[in-house]
Design a protein around this ligand. Structure first.
Ligand SMILES: Cc1cc2nc3c(=O)[nH]c(=O)nc-3n(C[C@H](O)[C@H](O)[C@H](O)COP(=O)(O)OP(=O)(O)OC[C@H]3O[C@@H](n4cnc5c(N)ncnc54)[C@H](O)[C@@H]3O)c2cc1C
Ligand code: SF4
Ligand code: SF4
Ligand code: SF4
Length: 377
Protein backbone atom coordinates (compact mmCIF):
# COMPACT_ATOMS: atom_id res chain seq x y z
CA UNK A 1 0.00 0.00 0.00
CA UNK A 2 1.29 3.45 -0.93
CA UNK A 3 -1.15 6.01 0.44
CA UNK A 4 -4.14 6.12 2.72
CA UNK A 5 -5.52 9.32 1.28
CA UNK A 6 -5.11 11.44 -1.82
CA UNK A 7 -6.57 14.75 -0.73
CA UNK A 8 -6.03 16.06 2.80
CA UNK A 9 -9.81 16.22 3.29
CA UNK A 10 -9.76 12.41 3.21
CA UNK A 11 -7.85 11.98 6.48
CA UNK A 12 -9.16 13.12 9.87
CA UNK A 13 -5.94 12.14 11.69
CA UNK A 14 -7.63 9.68 14.05
CA UNK A 15 -4.56 7.41 14.05
CA UNK A 16 -6.51 4.12 13.90
CA UNK A 17 -4.36 3.05 10.92
CA UNK A 18 -1.19 3.53 12.99
CA UNK A 19 -2.41 1.33 15.84
CA UNK A 20 -3.84 -1.40 13.61
CA UNK A 21 -0.69 -1.98 11.55
CA UNK A 22 1.12 -4.86 13.23
CA UNK A 23 4.12 -4.32 10.93
CA UNK A 24 4.72 -0.81 12.28
CA UNK A 25 4.56 0.49 8.71
CA UNK A 26 2.33 3.51 9.45
CA UNK A 27 3.82 6.53 11.19
CA UNK A 28 2.40 9.97 11.80
CA UNK A 29 4.19 13.05 10.46
CA UNK A 30 3.32 16.71 11.03
CA UNK A 31 2.46 18.79 7.95
CA UNK A 32 3.15 22.47 7.41
CA UNK A 33 -0.17 23.48 9.01
CA UNK A 34 0.69 21.57 12.18
CA UNK A 35 -1.62 18.55 11.65
CA UNK A 36 -0.66 14.84 11.84
CA UNK A 37 -0.96 12.67 8.73
CA UNK A 38 -0.08 8.97 8.35
CA UNK A 39 2.79 7.90 6.12
CA UNK A 40 3.34 4.33 5.00
CA UNK A 41 6.81 2.86 4.86
CA UNK A 42 6.36 0.66 1.83
CA UNK A 43 9.29 -1.63 2.63
CA UNK A 44 7.47 -2.79 5.79
CA UNK A 45 3.97 -3.07 4.30
CA UNK A 46 2.55 -6.51 3.43
CA UNK A 47 -0.64 -5.14 1.84
CA UNK A 48 -2.99 -6.72 4.39
CA UNK A 49 -5.51 -3.87 3.99
CA UNK A 50 -6.15 -3.47 7.75
CA UNK A 51 -5.34 0.23 7.70
CA UNK A 52 -8.01 0.85 5.06
CA UNK A 53 -10.54 -1.26 6.97
CA UNK A 54 -10.36 0.87 10.12
CA UNK A 55 -10.39 4.25 8.39
CA UNK A 56 -13.52 6.15 9.50
CA UNK A 57 -13.39 8.51 6.54
CA UNK A 58 -13.52 5.71 3.96
CA UNK A 59 -15.83 3.25 5.62
CA UNK A 60 -19.58 3.83 5.48
CA UNK A 61 -22.05 1.18 6.52
CA UNK A 62 -25.78 1.19 7.30
CA UNK A 63 -27.27 3.97 9.39
CA UNK A 64 -28.53 3.71 12.97
CA UNK A 65 -32.19 3.11 13.72
CA UNK A 66 -34.38 4.94 16.21
CA UNK A 67 -32.86 7.79 18.18
CA UNK A 68 -34.03 9.65 21.28
CA UNK A 69 -33.28 13.30 22.04
CA UNK A 70 -32.96 14.97 25.44
CA UNK A 71 -31.98 18.26 27.05
CA UNK A 72 -29.91 17.56 30.16
CA UNK A 73 -28.38 19.27 33.20
CA UNK A 74 -26.58 17.28 35.88
CA UNK A 75 -28.24 17.96 39.24
CA UNK A 76 -24.93 18.40 41.14
CA UNK A 77 -24.29 22.11 40.50
CA UNK A 78 -20.53 21.92 41.04
CA UNK A 79 -20.21 19.11 38.47
CA UNK A 80 -22.09 21.19 35.90
CA UNK A 81 -20.02 24.27 36.74
CA UNK A 82 -16.82 22.34 36.05
CA UNK A 83 -18.07 20.90 32.72
CA UNK A 84 -18.38 22.61 29.36
CA UNK A 85 -22.13 22.26 28.90
CA UNK A 86 -24.72 20.33 30.93
CA UNK A 87 -22.31 17.80 32.47
CA UNK A 88 -23.54 14.61 30.79
CA UNK A 89 -19.98 13.32 30.32
CA UNK A 90 -19.09 13.20 34.06
CA UNK A 91 -22.36 11.35 34.74
CA UNK A 92 -21.42 8.62 32.27
CA UNK A 93 -17.85 8.62 33.55
CA UNK A 94 -19.01 8.08 37.15
CA UNK A 95 -21.31 5.28 35.96
CA UNK A 96 -18.31 3.44 34.50
CA UNK A 97 -15.90 4.23 37.35
CA UNK A 98 -18.37 2.79 39.87
CA UNK A 99 -18.08 -0.48 37.95
CA UNK A 100 -14.27 -0.37 38.35
CA UNK A 101 -14.07 0.52 34.67
CA UNK A 102 -11.80 2.83 32.67
CA UNK A 103 -12.66 6.24 31.19
CA UNK A 104 -10.82 7.69 28.19
CA UNK A 105 -10.97 11.41 27.44
CA UNK A 106 -8.85 14.34 26.23
CA UNK A 107 -6.41 15.87 28.73
CA UNK A 108 -3.55 18.35 28.78
CA UNK A 109 -0.12 16.76 29.10
CA UNK A 110 3.47 17.93 28.90
CA UNK A 111 3.81 21.44 27.39
CA UNK A 112 -0.01 21.62 27.26
CA UNK A 113 -0.15 19.06 24.44
CA UNK A 114 -3.59 17.45 24.16
CA UNK A 115 -3.86 13.65 24.08
CA UNK A 116 -6.36 11.06 25.24
CA UNK A 117 -5.57 9.45 28.57
CA UNK A 118 -7.26 6.90 30.77
CA UNK A 119 -8.53 7.48 34.27
CA UNK A 120 -9.66 4.89 36.81
CA UNK A 121 -10.91 6.98 39.76
CA UNK A 122 -13.22 9.93 40.46
CA UNK A 123 -10.21 11.92 41.78
CA UNK A 124 -8.67 11.85 38.30
CA UNK A 125 -11.87 12.80 36.46
CA UNK A 126 -11.24 16.55 36.31
CA UNK A 127 -8.30 16.07 33.91
CA UNK A 128 -10.50 14.59 31.15
CA UNK A 129 -13.46 16.93 31.67
CA UNK A 130 -14.09 20.08 29.63
CA UNK A 131 -13.69 20.93 25.99
CA UNK A 132 -10.17 21.38 24.64
CA UNK A 133 -10.23 23.16 21.29
CA UNK A 134 -7.20 21.28 19.97
CA UNK A 135 -6.95 17.98 18.09
CA UNK A 136 -6.28 15.24 20.63
CA UNK A 137 -3.73 12.51 19.91
CA UNK A 138 -4.89 8.87 20.15
CA UNK A 139 -1.48 7.29 19.81
CA UNK A 140 -1.60 3.77 21.26
CA UNK A 141 -5.13 4.29 22.62
CA UNK A 142 -6.89 1.83 20.29
CA UNK A 143 -4.62 -1.04 21.33
CA UNK A 144 -4.99 -0.27 25.03
CA UNK A 145 -8.78 -0.16 24.84
CA UNK A 146 -8.86 -3.43 22.88
CA UNK A 147 -6.81 -5.08 25.63
CA UNK A 148 -8.97 -3.60 28.44
CA UNK A 149 -12.18 -4.84 26.83
CA UNK A 150 -10.70 -8.28 26.34
CA UNK A 151 -9.87 -8.31 30.08
CA UNK A 152 -13.62 -7.81 30.64
CA UNK A 153 -13.45 -4.19 31.86
CA UNK A 154 -16.10 -1.52 31.35
CA UNK A 155 -14.70 1.21 29.09
CA UNK A 156 -16.10 4.67 28.31
CA UNK A 157 -14.49 6.36 25.33
CA UNK A 158 -15.33 10.04 24.80
CA UNK A 159 -14.09 11.89 21.73
CA UNK A 160 -14.86 13.41 18.37
CA UNK A 161 -17.18 11.37 16.12
CA UNK A 162 -14.36 10.41 13.75
CA UNK A 163 -12.28 9.12 16.69
CA UNK A 164 -15.21 7.12 18.07
CA UNK A 165 -15.89 5.65 14.64
CA UNK A 166 -12.18 4.84 14.17
CA UNK A 167 -12.29 2.95 17.48
CA UNK A 168 -15.47 1.07 16.54
CA UNK A 169 -13.94 -0.03 13.24
CA UNK A 170 -10.63 -0.90 14.90
CA UNK A 171 -12.33 -3.20 17.43
CA UNK A 172 -14.47 -4.78 14.69
CA UNK A 173 -16.78 -6.57 17.12
CA UNK A 174 -19.49 -5.79 19.63
CA UNK A 175 -18.34 -5.40 23.25
CA UNK A 176 -21.28 -5.13 25.70
CA UNK A 177 -19.12 -3.21 28.21
CA UNK A 178 -17.89 -0.55 25.78
CA UNK A 179 -19.67 2.82 25.81
CA UNK A 180 -18.90 5.06 22.85
CA UNK A 181 -19.73 8.70 23.46
CA UNK A 182 -19.07 11.20 20.69
CA UNK A 183 -19.48 14.96 20.50
CA UNK A 184 -21.32 17.36 18.27
CA UNK A 185 -18.23 18.61 16.49
CA UNK A 186 -17.35 22.01 15.02
CA UNK A 187 -13.95 20.69 13.92
CA UNK A 188 -10.50 20.45 15.45
CA UNK A 189 -7.81 23.12 15.24
CA UNK A 190 -4.15 22.49 14.44
CA UNK A 191 -2.08 21.10 17.35
CA UNK A 192 0.94 22.87 15.81
CA UNK A 193 -0.72 26.29 16.04
CA UNK A 194 -1.83 25.50 19.60
CA UNK A 195 1.77 24.64 20.55
CA UNK A 196 3.00 27.93 19.06
CA UNK A 197 0.27 29.85 20.87
CA UNK A 198 1.22 28.30 24.22
CA UNK A 199 4.87 29.31 23.69
CA UNK A 200 3.74 32.81 22.70
CA UNK A 201 1.72 33.15 25.93
CA UNK A 202 4.66 31.89 27.97
CA UNK A 203 6.93 34.57 26.47
CA UNK A 204 4.30 37.27 26.99
CA UNK A 205 3.51 36.27 30.60
CA UNK A 206 7.07 35.23 31.49
CA UNK A 207 6.02 31.89 32.94
CA UNK A 208 4.80 28.40 32.08
CA UNK A 209 1.20 27.90 31.01
CA UNK A 210 -0.16 25.28 33.41
CA UNK A 211 -3.90 25.28 32.72
CA UNK A 212 -6.29 26.49 30.04
CA UNK A 213 -10.08 26.48 30.24
CA UNK A 214 -11.76 27.29 26.95
CA UNK A 215 -15.25 27.21 28.44
CA UNK A 216 -15.19 28.76 31.91
CA UNK A 217 -18.60 29.55 33.43
CA UNK A 218 -17.72 32.13 36.10
CA UNK A 219 -19.67 34.79 34.18
CA UNK A 220 -22.76 32.59 33.76
CA UNK A 221 -22.42 33.03 30.00
CA UNK A 222 -22.72 29.35 29.02
CA UNK A 223 -18.96 28.98 29.08
CA UNK A 224 -18.00 31.81 26.75
CA UNK A 225 -15.15 32.88 29.00
CA UNK A 226 -11.60 31.72 28.47
CA UNK A 227 -9.27 31.39 31.48
CA UNK A 228 -5.64 30.32 31.65
CA UNK A 229 -2.85 30.18 34.20
CA UNK A 230 0.65 31.32 33.32
CA UNK A 231 3.57 31.88 35.67
CA UNK A 232 1.25 31.15 38.61
CA UNK A 233 -1.20 33.95 37.67
CA UNK A 234 -4.67 33.62 36.24
CA UNK A 235 -5.85 35.49 33.14
CA UNK A 236 -9.52 35.63 32.05
CA UNK A 237 -11.29 37.13 29.05
CA UNK A 238 -14.05 36.57 26.54
CA UNK A 239 -13.71 33.43 24.39
CA UNK A 240 -13.88 35.66 21.33
CA UNK A 241 -11.16 38.05 22.45
CA UNK A 242 -8.62 35.24 22.82
CA UNK A 243 -6.59 35.30 19.60
CA UNK A 244 -6.27 31.49 19.33
CA UNK A 245 -10.04 31.05 19.76
CA UNK A 246 -10.71 33.82 17.26
CA UNK A 247 -8.57 32.02 14.68
CA UNK A 248 -10.55 28.84 15.40
CA UNK A 249 -14.04 30.33 15.30
CA UNK A 250 -13.23 32.36 12.18
CA UNK A 251 -12.58 28.94 10.55
CA UNK A 252 -8.91 29.49 9.70
CA UNK A 253 -7.29 26.74 11.78
CA UNK A 254 -9.55 23.69 11.34
CA UNK A 255 -8.25 20.45 9.88
CA UNK A 256 -9.14 20.20 6.17
CA UNK A 257 -11.18 17.00 6.79
CA UNK A 258 -13.45 18.98 9.14
CA UNK A 259 -14.69 21.06 6.22
CA UNK A 260 -15.83 17.88 4.46
CA UNK A 261 -16.90 15.96 7.55
CA UNK A 262 -19.47 13.19 7.16
CA UNK A 263 -20.29 13.18 10.88
CA UNK A 264 -22.12 16.51 10.88
CA UNK A 265 -25.50 14.81 11.20
CA UNK A 266 -27.44 12.89 13.85
CA UNK A 267 -26.52 9.59 12.19
CA UNK A 268 -23.77 8.04 14.28
CA UNK A 269 -22.72 4.51 15.21
CA UNK A 270 -21.78 5.46 18.76
CA UNK A 271 -24.05 4.89 21.79
CA UNK A 272 -24.34 8.52 22.89
CA UNK A 273 -23.84 11.86 21.17
CA UNK A 274 -23.53 14.94 23.40
CA UNK A 275 -23.16 18.64 22.70
CA UNK A 276 -24.31 22.08 23.77
CA UNK A 277 -28.08 22.55 23.61
CA UNK A 278 -28.23 25.47 21.20
CA UNK A 279 -31.57 27.29 21.34
CA UNK A 280 -32.46 26.06 24.85
CA UNK A 281 -33.88 29.53 25.55
CA UNK A 282 -36.59 28.85 22.95
CA UNK A 283 -37.23 25.16 23.58
CA UNK A 284 -37.15 25.26 27.40
CA UNK A 285 -36.67 28.87 28.61
CA UNK A 286 -37.04 27.95 32.32
CA UNK A 287 -33.90 25.78 32.10
CA UNK A 288 -31.67 28.45 30.56
CA UNK A 289 -29.51 29.83 33.40
CA UNK A 290 -26.25 30.55 31.58
CA UNK A 291 -24.57 27.53 33.18
CA UNK A 292 -24.94 25.10 30.29
CA UNK A 293 -27.35 22.47 29.06
CA UNK A 294 -26.29 19.36 27.13
CA UNK A 295 -28.10 17.91 24.18
CA UNK A 296 -28.00 14.12 24.49
CA UNK A 297 -28.83 11.70 21.67
CA UNK A 298 -29.31 8.03 22.48
CA UNK A 299 -28.53 5.86 19.46
CA UNK A 300 -28.48 2.30 20.73
CA UNK A 301 -30.30 -0.08 23.05
CA UNK A 302 -27.24 -0.05 25.34
CA UNK A 303 -27.53 3.75 25.60
CA UNK A 304 -31.23 3.55 26.43
CA UNK A 305 -30.56 1.00 29.20
CA UNK A 306 -27.77 3.15 30.73
CA UNK A 307 -29.99 6.23 30.46
CA UNK A 308 -32.61 4.51 32.66
CA UNK A 309 -29.91 3.95 35.30
CA UNK A 310 -28.46 7.49 35.31
CA UNK A 311 -31.43 9.74 34.54
CA UNK A 312 -32.30 10.36 38.22
CA UNK A 313 -29.03 12.26 38.66
CA UNK A 314 -30.13 14.66 35.89
CA UNK A 315 -32.72 17.35 35.28
CA UNK A 316 -33.94 16.45 31.82
CA UNK A 317 -36.67 16.77 29.23
CA UNK A 318 -37.34 14.82 26.09
CA UNK A 319 -37.54 16.65 22.78
CA UNK A 320 -37.71 16.20 19.02
CA UNK A 321 -34.93 16.03 16.45
CA UNK A 322 -35.96 19.44 15.06
CA UNK A 323 -35.34 21.03 18.50
CA UNK A 324 -31.65 20.07 18.56
CA UNK A 325 -30.63 20.58 14.92
CA UNK A 326 -27.84 23.12 15.33
CA UNK A 327 -25.60 23.76 12.27
CA UNK A 328 -23.03 21.08 13.22
CA UNK A 329 -25.73 18.42 13.11
CA UNK A 330 -26.66 19.32 9.55
CA UNK A 331 -23.49 20.31 7.65
CA UNK A 332 -19.73 20.77 8.15
CA UNK A 333 -18.14 24.10 9.08
CA UNK A 334 -17.20 26.05 5.93
CA UNK A 335 -13.53 27.08 5.65
CA UNK A 336 -12.72 30.79 5.76
CA UNK A 337 -12.13 32.19 2.28
CA UNK A 338 -8.74 33.41 3.44
CA UNK A 339 -7.66 30.10 5.03
CA UNK A 340 -5.00 29.42 2.37
CA UNK A 341 -3.34 32.80 2.70
CA UNK A 342 -3.62 32.56 6.50
CA UNK A 343 -1.66 29.29 6.46
CA UNK A 344 0.97 30.74 4.10
CA UNK A 345 1.63 33.57 6.56
CA UNK A 346 1.62 31.09 9.46
CA UNK A 347 4.43 29.18 7.78
CA UNK A 348 6.42 32.26 6.84
CA UNK A 349 6.27 34.49 9.92
CA UNK A 350 7.41 34.07 13.52
CA UNK A 351 4.26 33.36 15.57
CA UNK A 352 4.28 36.64 17.53
CA UNK A 353 4.36 38.64 14.28
CA UNK A 354 1.82 36.34 12.65
CA UNK A 355 -0.73 36.66 15.45
CA UNK A 356 -0.32 40.46 15.54
CA UNK A 357 -0.94 40.62 11.78
CA UNK A 358 -3.99 38.37 12.13
CA UNK A 359 -5.33 40.57 14.93
CA UNK A 360 -4.92 43.73 12.82
CA UNK A 361 -6.59 42.18 9.76
CA UNK A 362 -9.45 40.65 11.77
CA UNK A 363 -10.09 43.94 13.60
CA UNK A 364 -9.99 45.92 10.33
CA UNK A 365 -12.44 43.44 8.77
CA UNK A 366 -14.81 43.76 11.73
CA UNK A 367 -14.62 47.56 11.55
CA UNK A 368 -15.37 47.47 7.81
CA UNK A 369 -18.32 45.20 8.48
CA UNK A 370 -19.69 47.60 11.07
CA UNK A 371 -19.22 50.65 8.83
CA UNK A 372 -20.71 48.82 5.86
CA UNK A 373 -23.57 47.63 8.08
CA UNK A 374 -24.31 51.24 9.12
CA UNK A 375 -24.48 52.31 5.46
CA UNK A 376 -26.81 49.45 4.63
CA UNK A 377 -29.17 50.36 7.43
C1 LIG B 1 -13.19 20.34 19.28
C2 LIG B 1 -14.60 20.36 19.81
C3 LIG B 1 -15.62 20.97 19.08
C4 LIG B 1 -16.93 20.98 19.56
N1 LIG B 1 -17.91 21.57 18.81
C5 LIG B 1 -19.19 21.59 19.27
C6 LIG B 1 -20.24 22.19 18.50
O1 LIG B 1 -20.01 22.75 17.40
N2 LIG B 1 -21.50 22.15 18.99
C7 LIG B 1 -21.78 21.55 20.20
O2 LIG B 1 -22.95 21.53 20.58
N3 LIG B 1 -20.83 20.97 20.94
C8 LIG B 1 -19.53 20.97 20.51
N4 LIG B 1 -18.55 20.38 21.26
C9 LIG B 1 -18.94 19.66 22.51
C10 LIG B 1 -19.11 20.55 23.71
O3 LIG B 1 -18.13 21.56 23.74
C11 LIG B 1 -18.99 19.74 25.02
O4 LIG B 1 -17.75 19.06 25.03
C12 LIG B 1 -20.04 18.70 25.17
O5 LIG B 1 -21.29 19.33 25.16
C13 LIG B 1 -19.85 17.89 26.45
O6 LIG B 1 -20.04 18.68 27.56
P1 LIG B 1 -20.29 18.05 29.00
O7 LIG B 1 -20.63 19.19 29.90
O8 LIG B 1 -21.26 16.92 28.93
O9 LIG B 1 -18.92 17.34 29.35
P2 LIG B 1 -17.47 17.88 29.72
O10 LIG B 1 -17.15 17.60 31.12
O11 LIG B 1 -17.30 19.27 29.28
O12 LIG B 1 -16.57 16.90 28.86
C14 LIG B 1 -16.11 17.18 27.57
C15 LIG B 1 -15.80 15.86 26.89
O13 LIG B 1 -15.18 16.11 25.63
C16 LIG B 1 -13.94 15.41 25.54
N5 LIG B 1 -13.01 16.26 24.80
C17 LIG B 1 -12.58 17.48 25.19
N6 LIG B 1 -11.74 17.97 24.27
C18 LIG B 1 -11.62 17.03 23.30
C19 LIG B 1 -10.87 16.97 22.10
N7 LIG B 1 -10.09 17.95 21.72
N8 LIG B 1 -10.98 15.86 21.35
C20 LIG B 1 -11.79 14.84 21.72
N9 LIG B 1 -12.52 14.85 22.85
C21 LIG B 1 -12.45 15.94 23.64
C22 LIG B 1 -13.50 15.24 26.98
O14 LIG B 1 -12.63 14.15 27.11
C23 LIG B 1 -14.83 15.00 27.68
O15 LIG B 1 -15.19 13.68 27.49
C24 LIG B 1 -17.22 20.37 20.81
C25 LIG B 1 -16.21 19.78 21.55
C26 LIG B 1 -14.91 19.75 21.07
C27 LIG B 1 -13.83 19.09 21.86
S1 SF4 C 1 -1.67 -2.64 4.41
FE1 SF4 C 1 -1.28 -3.75 6.33
S2 SF4 C 1 0.95 -3.82 6.51
FE2 SF4 C 1 0.48 -2.28 4.97
S3 SF4 C 1 0.43 -0.36 6.09
FE3 SF4 C 1 -1.66 -1.15 6.01
S4 SF4 C 1 -1.93 -2.30 7.90
FE4 SF4 C 1 0.28 -2.00 7.60
S1 SF4 D 1 -7.41 5.78 9.77
FE1 SF4 D 1 -7.53 7.90 10.50
S2 SF4 D 1 -5.40 8.68 10.41
FE2 SF4 D 1 -5.49 6.79 9.18
S3 SF4 D 1 -5.89 7.51 7.07
FE3 SF4 D 1 -7.88 7.05 7.98
S4 SF4 D 1 -8.56 9.01 8.84
FE4 SF4 D 1 -6.34 9.21 8.45
S1 SF4 E 1 -15.39 17.84 12.29
FE1 SF4 E 1 -15.48 15.71 11.61
S2 SF4 E 1 -13.43 15.26 10.82
FE2 SF4 E 1 -13.27 17.09 12.10
S3 SF4 E 1 -12.72 16.32 14.12
FE3 SF4 E 1 -14.95 16.55 14.08
S4 SF4 E 1 -15.69 14.53 13.48
FE4 SF4 E 1 -13.52 14.59 12.96
Amino acid sequence: MKNLYIKKEECCGCGACVDVCRRGAVKMAVDREGFWYPRIEEALCVDCGQCKRVCPVKKRDGEGTSRQYFGVQVKKENTRYLSSSGGMFPVLAEYVLKKQGVVWGAAFGKNMRVAHREIRSIEELDAVKRTKYVQSSLKGVYRRIDAELKEGKWVLFAGTPCQAEGLRLYLNRFFPKLILMDLVCYGVPSPGIWGDYVKHLERKRRGRVTDFSFRDKRNKDNGHTCVYKAGGREYAGSLYSDIYCRMYFSNHTLRPSCHACRFCSVERKSDFTIGDFWGIEKVKPDMEDGMGTSVVILHTRKAREIWEEVKDSLSWFRCEEKDVLQPRLTCPTAAAESRRIFMIFYRLLPFSMFQALYFMCASAKELMKRVFGTFKR
